[in-house]
Design a protein around this ligand. Structure first.
Ligand code: GYE
Length: 339
């Protein structure tokens, strides 16, 4: 009997040691709202409120935390990586159970994520992607596939231009202007890459020329300003506008109208996100297509966090589902849009 008890004790101690041990093992095992379980505290660093999409993303995360009984420490970085790094350090100092963050840019995270790992606090990367020397610095990534979105944009565009029998204004090539997202951010880099790769691989590659490409920082205001400058430089040469997000397209639509042109007709417009504002613009005939990027990531984030803290295995990379919505579907789809 004594022997069995001491064996059990030894096994229990080994488990405890393993629980405090290396790598991505959770620091504590608060599994949330279950009876007697410790409430999970999550430190979450959001990048700001640059777009309609981001507002929906923040609401989804806050609501999901409430629903899951998770205590959320929410920090808004106001578009600055240094503020995110400060926030993550403060989460570590506060001893949160888990950290989640939306990386504003791809690089520059190695040091602070190493600090989280050393403190045995698991990290979930949300929405955007990171580039690290060591991928074990985060446990899971939940988000969207920006390269695939870029592919879908060119594919839709080429099919549309062909079907509509569009002719280049200069008689030789369609001139494409691009409004890029935040410099160094994964959606800006990867959407651009996806679009260009799909174009290069297309048998119609020679029909298109990128005449201008510049950042509009994912905001409506900047999208409008940069489109104004594109129109000043290239007058009525531009056939197509590809905006890395809907908000910049909505700003550009104002600039195009102010220049006395018809958005959606004189210039074919395609953007990414699928927010309500762009559906309305499509219904009004002012834009042509949106490729969906799903911001409703809160429930999956909370579920993943709970699994990690309960010691369950989770997928390293999970993409949420996304569709493509051309303008002829806009009126039918708008009432069911959730963001
Ligand atoms: O498309 C844009 C934004 O990171 C995928 O960020 C996200 C992008 C989204 O603010 O509107």
């Amino acid at each position: 009997m004594k022997k069995i008890v001491s064996l059990l004790l030894a096994a229990a101690m080994m488990l405890m040691v393993a629980g405090c041990g290396g790598g991505t093992e959770p620091k504590s095992s608060g599994s949330g709202s279950g009876s007697g379980a410790k409430q999970m505290t999550m430190g979450f660093s959001q990048i700001g409120a640059e777009s309609e999409w981001r507002t929906a993303n923040t609401e989804s995360i806050k609501q999901a935390a409430k629903d899951a009984g998770v205590k959320l420490i929410f920090s808004d970085a106001q578009q600055k990586q240094e503020n995110q790094i400060k926030a993550i350090r403060s989460f570590i100092a506060q001893g949160v159970d888990i950290i989640a963050f939306v990386p504003i840019v791809e690089t520059g995270w190695d040091t602070v994520l190493k600090e989280a790992k050393d403190a045995k606090i698991p990290v979930i990367v949300v929405d955007r992607d990171v580039k690290l020397g060591d991928d074990s610095l985060y446990v899971a990534k939940i988000g969207t596939d920006s390269v695939a979105e870029g592919h879908k944009v060119f594919k839709w565009l080429d099919e549309y231009m062909t079907k509509q029998h569009k002719q280049p204004k200069d008689g030789s090539q369609f001139q494409v202007a691009i409004l890029e997202g935040t410099v160094g951010s994964s959606p800006a880099l990867r959407r651009q890459q996806g679009f260009k790769d799909e174009m290069a691989a297309s048998s119609n590659a020679g029909k298109y020329n990128i005449i201008a490409s510049q950042t509009g920082e994912f905001t409506r205001q900047k999208g409008q300003e940069v489109m104004e400058s594109f129109l000043k430089s290239y007058g009525n040469k531009i056939d197509v506008l590809f905006a890395h997000n809907d908000d910049m397209a909505l700003g550009a639509i104002q600039a195009i109208e102010a220049a006395g042109m018809k958005p959606g007709k004189d210039i074919t417009i395609v953007s990414i996100d699928g927010v309500k504002g762009i559906f309305q613009a499509m219904i009004d005939g002012k834009s042509n297509c949106t490729v969906e990027c799903n911001p409703l990531q809160g429930p999956l984030l909370m579920e993943t966090a709970k699994k990690i803290l309960a010691g369950q295995k989770v997928d390293k990379l999970v993409y949420v589902e996304e569709g493509v919505f051309p303008s002829d579907k806009a009126a039918e789809v708008l009432p069911s849009r959730k963001y």
